[in-house]
Design a protein around this ligand. Structure first.
Ligand SMILES: [Zn+2]
Length: 144
């Protein structure tokens, strides 16, 4: 298939929850035609080396830290085309959090996001664990 656009060397975040991966994306007639190791040429080639390529919108500032505990699709953002979010990058987060500060963190989300305290108390799993350089959540049932 003749490609109109070839996006090379990007880090693809496809919005399915799959891990990010380096891949090329071929676009033909306004639609994604191929993803992966694409050989060939296109009318236009874009070098996305070092950049994220996502088929949707990336919301760089969210307060989903609590909601993702009970809503893995972080609706309604995903319903509106957001495929990737960044969270935990401002002062309104819940990790890392010492057990004795959990109520304070939840009260902050009550004030900022108007999420009822009872919902936060019942929904936040507090099962964060440190990785090499950051804190990552474990989903319910996850063995990570
Ligand atoms: Zn914020």
């Amino acid at each position: 298939m003749a490609l109109d656009i070839l996006i090379e060397n990007g880090i693809v975040v496809d919005g399915t929850g799959a891990p990010a991966k380096q891949a090329n994306i071929g676009i033909a007639q306004g639609k994604i035609a191929e993803v992966g190791n694409i050989s060939g040429t296109a009318k236009r080639t874009i070098d996305a080396g070092g950049l994220v390529v996502a088929p949707g919108f990336i919301d760089p500032h969210t307060h989903y830290d609590a909601q993702i505990c009970w809503d893995g699709a972080i609706t309604p953002s995903s319903w509106h085309g957001v495929t990737s979010v960044v969270m935990g990058n401002c002062g309104v987060g819940i990790a890392p959090c010492r057990p004795e500060a959990r109520e304070i963190a939840m009260r902050d989300l009550v004030n900022v996001e108007a999420i009822p305290f009872e919902v936060l108390d019942a929904g936040i799993t507090w099962d964060w664990r440190p990785s090499r350089s950051t804190w990552t959540p474990r989903r319910a049932g996850s063995r990570r």
